[in-house]
Design a protein around this ligand. Structure first.
Ligand code: SAH
Ligand code: SF4
Length: 364
């Protein structure tokens, strides 16, 4: 049955027509779901009983259930959400002054297999559908409205579980739904999609009429290091990635963000910083330095604070704008790279721990 949570406004109006109703009825239902946050047709009080019964017989409102909410000592909240077929995913709410950023998931697990990432250890279970992607925002809004009525979600980042561009169609659909001014009305300037660098999909994204900010997980200043920690680099190396990004149509005054996870002894030397500076010279970008967030499945360590500071200084000396990301919610495994459906340190689904050299990329 068609799912109103995953529909665009246009599709909702077409649905109404197919039922023999005026198109505006489709818009009414769509707004209930995507603006007012209705979770069942029964809540749609301005529709007659007969209409609601017909809706319930011919369509659904998909979505997620909240299974668990953990709150960090820094105010970060991690939501564990469960799909209709019983899969767990996570979403994180990060307060920062007046701003609140929500980090959402795009897949159950991830196929990309970056060596430092806890989500990678889950492997890929399945893509989230567009309704499951947008419902993370609606559930978080509802939670905030109850817990902190003065707070609103101001920024959205596709940086939770999964590789958004591996679930391209549903992610683009979710962007259309979330930015529609008759729905949640989020500004595309305040939405960031983060990718490990799927070159053909990046090229396609540049042609869409919805334009989120772009973040790219670079994590290394050369192919030698990137091959080791991100197997996807053997498919699309740094040169191919940067060429695609150079061709990416950026809106005026916008920059691409590069994420750089600092791993002790792997990519954190002054020479690495200098090489990164040279690599990105002249690029309209900024670099977010993310000191590695530890988790039990990866053999890495976070560099000491003086090493992090020296790395950042050396980047700056080479003219690279850098920002240091302080870990948020790391006491509840909610920080970057720690999302693995873990509660009190124990996984709720078994993790796949691999030893030895990384396998060839299991991605198209
Ligand atoms: N799949 C997408 C988005 C989710 S990952 C991507 O890779 O871009 C979000 C960010 O977390 C990425 O920049 C990734 O490099 C970073 N990350 C992964 N594991 C990490 C860890 N253990 N510590 C710090 N950052 C990590
Ligand atoms: Fe997937 Fe991103 Fe983790 Fe890599 S860093 S395994 S792409 S979620």
């Amino acid at each position: 049955m068609p799912d109103f949570r995953a529909m665009t406004l246009d599709e909702a109006m077409q649905f109404a027509e197919a039922q023999g109703w005026p198109r505006f009825r489709g818009e009414q239902v769509w707004r209930w779901v995507h603006d007012q946050g209705a979770r069942s047709f029964d809540e749609m009080t301005n529709l007659g009983q007969k209409t609601r019964a017909q809706l319930a017989a011919s369509a659904t409102i998909g979505g997620l259930e909240v299974a668990e909410i953990q709150t960090s000592r820094d105010g970060t909240r991690k939501l564990r959400l469960v799909t209709r077929d019983g899969k767990s995913i996570e979403s994180v709410l990060i307060p920062d002054g007046d701003k609140t950023t929500q980090c959402i998931s795009s897949q159950v697990g991830c196929a990309v297999d970056c060596q430092f990432c806890a989500t990678a250890k889950l492997g890929l279970d399945r893509n989230l559908d567009a309704g499951e992607i947008v419902d993370q925002v609606y559930l978080a809004r509802r939670l905030l409205a109850e817990a902190e009525p003065d707070r609103r979600i101001t920024n959205l980042v596709y940086m939770g579980m999964g590789e958004p561009l591996h679930n391209y169609d549903n992610v683009v659909r979710s962007l259309h739904i979330l930015t529609h001014d008759k729905g949640a009305g989020l500004s595309q300037r305040r939405i960031t999609v983060s990718t490990s660098g799927l070159v053909p999909k990046l090229e396609r994204l540049g042609g869409e009429d919805v334009r989120p900010n772009l973040a790219v997980s670079l994590n290394a200043p050369n192919d030698g290091v990137r091959d080791q920690i991100m197997p996807i680099n053997r498919k699309w190396n740094i040169a191919k990635l940067l060429a695609a990004l150079r061709a990416y149509p950026l809106e005026q005054r916008r920059r691409i963000t590069f994420e750089y996870v600092l791993l002790a002894g792997v990519n954190d030397s002054l020479a690495d910083a200098a090489q990164l500076g040279k690599l990105l010279r002249g690029f309209a970008c900024k670099v977010n330095i993310i000191p590695y967030n530890p988790h039990p499945e990866a053999p890495y360590a976070r560099p000491a604070p003086d090493v992090v500071a020296a790395f950042q200084n050396e980047c700056k000396r080479h003219g690279l704008p850098t920002y240091l990301r302080t870990p948020r919610g790391d006491d509840i495994d909610a920080a970057c790279g720690q999302l693995a459906n873990r509660v009190n340190g124990a996984p709720v689904v078994p993790l796949r721990v691999r030893k030895g050299t990384p396998p060839a990329p299991a991605v198209e």
